[in-house]
Design a protein around this ligand. Structure first.
Ligand SMILES: [Zn+2]
Length: 290
């Protein structure tokens, strides 16, 4: 085993579909190809959107494809104390502040835009705290994505002060992910490209919480018939597991890996060799410091 640790972190809002398997397979291949560990984290921080039982259905789907974690999975819904500790740290350091604005108020100030205008940075003007936000001023965030290449974002002008704890009391995805990735010792985050634009916010939180910075690799999305990311909304069906090896070969195909083996074990070992040899990854990694 090396220090390399990867993870797959599904939100259990529905069973895995063809798109989510691509990210799961890529993260598994990357961890195995580096002699590392592969972990699973159930991102059920948004409890009301997660129907009961879907988490175990996802674990079963992964197991049917031979994708077994190297340690028992963890559930974000059980980790609130860790998120509270991180928020307290950011509050003490003056980076997190209480926001008393309603969505309507933010839109009104902002001409309907999504970037929070920073209204409560300097005080609540007598209103109660609804949500906690992070001040987004700071250096431009730059990183080398292992699949997408060089990336950068200026948080205050492109994203704005973002939420750490929501008005409904739920923890925001950004904070939970950063705390958990550090707590689980994740060195390599491999996930779908739809999450790439979260990376600068997460890297900023890592800086402010003095946590290690993982490497990132964002995999190409699988598109639905409407040309948008495959999702439950545009008809993504649960994975067809009548022939898991064929389902795995299809997922590998989206990563540019052409596999031909017939059994699950053979597909996975063929996939490992192909991941190692992936021209796309080599080309990017040769010119990138981690
Ligand atoms: Zn506010």
């Amino acid at each position: 085993m090396t220090g390399h640790t990867g993870r797959f972190a599904p939100s259990p809002t529905g069973p895995l579909h063809a798109g989510s398997l691509v990210a799961a397979l890529a993260s598994w291949l990357d961890a195995q190809a580096h002699g590392g560990k592969w972990l699973i984290r159930i991102e059920d921080v948004d409890g009301p959107r997660c129907p009961p039982g879907i988490d175990h259905m996802i674990l079963d789907q992964l197991a049917s494809c031979g994708l077994l974690p190297d340690a028992p999975p963890v559930w974000q819904s059980q980790r609130g104390a860790l998120y509270a500790k991180a928020l307290a740290e950011l509050q003490q350091a003056g980076w997190a502040y209480g926001c008393g604005c309603s969505r309507k108020e933010i839109e009104a100030v902002n001409g309907g835009g999504l970037i929070y205008p920073g209204t409560c940075r300097n005080g609540l003007h007598g209103r109660p705290v609804r949500a906690w936000r992070l001040r987004s001023d700071g250096p431009r965030i730059v990183w080398q994505d292992r699949w997408l290449g060089p990336q950068s974002q200026q948080l205050d002008t492109e994203v704005g002060d973002f939420v750490l704890k929501r008005a409904d009391g739920l923890w925001a995805y950004q904070l939970a992910v950063v705390v958990d990735d550090a707590a689980q010792g994740i060195t390599d985050i491999v996930r779908g490209e739809d999450l790439a634009d979260n990376t600068p916010r997460q890297r900023r939180l890592q800086q402010l919480l003095k946590l290690p910075t993982p490497r990132y690799l964002h995999t190409p999305l699988v598109l639905g018939a409407d040309g948008k990311k495959l999702s439950k909304q545009n008809g993504a069906r649960a994975l067809d597991l009548t022939d898991p090896a064929a389902t795995l070969r299809a997922a590998a195909g989206h990563l540019g890996l052409s596999l031909h083996a017939r059994s699950i074990a053979e597909v996975l070992s063929e996939g490992l060799a192909a991941w190692h040899d992936s021209a796309h990854l080599k080309q990017l990694e040769e010119r990138s410091p981690p």
